[in-house]
Write a protein that binds this ligand. Sequence first.
Ligand SMILES: [Fe+2]
Ligand SMILES: [Zn+2]
Length: 241
Amino acid sequence: MKYLQQIAPGLNAYKLGFDPSLLTTLRAMFDNHLRERLNREGYAYLFTGMEQINIQMKAEDLQFHITSYGTAPLLWISNNNAHTYAFFKSFMDELDIMDDIKELVDFDNKIEIYCGFFVVGKKMDRETWHNDFQDGANAYTLITPLFELDASHGNLMYKDESSTIKIHEYKMNEAVIFGDGFEHATQPYSETDNLRVMLSLTFGTDKIEYWPTLKQTIGEQSNYMILPCGHEKGSCQCVPG
Ligand SMILES: [Fe+2]
Ligand SMILES: [Zn+2]
């Protein structure tokens, strides 16, 4: 492995530092098109975590889909067209970790970037333990702060090899990357005025045979996503079922 460093022995989770300039475009996108709107009083309901939310936000050529599952006060703001997706994909291309990822997944030709998200919250009132993927998904999640976090903002809780709960502190310009078997949760934190904004991407195998496993967790996370076959979800016949 060239860049990835395991966060603890035996875990399918890694970290790596990167150059701050890689975030410039996505930070500007969030500041120019989302921050002010999300802070409007009329949108306060988005952050309560009490109801299932699915809305669109558009700004010039950018399109976002905003989901909250109603199980935690967290917004998943995903790229909702190819133009917006391309900005998230650029971040991954510049991060240049695909040779490392190829050592971790079964693939044919390349690692596919499935979807990009801003994960936004103002508080977390519960521990929602989960795995991002079913076993054998051959895919990963990347997560990194998009902006400096408040001291109170929740970090990453995870279970180590012996199922002991540990905390990984998010750092600016350091990404965490994890796959199947990595049980984790956002550390609860009390309400803040300052939005907690994380950048997240999903990526992995280009083999369509893994889609039935992948779709269990990532199939409905966004409207727009690229499938392992490289096509936009819903636009091709490659996928079984
Ligand atoms: Fe997760
Ligand atoms: Zn396809």
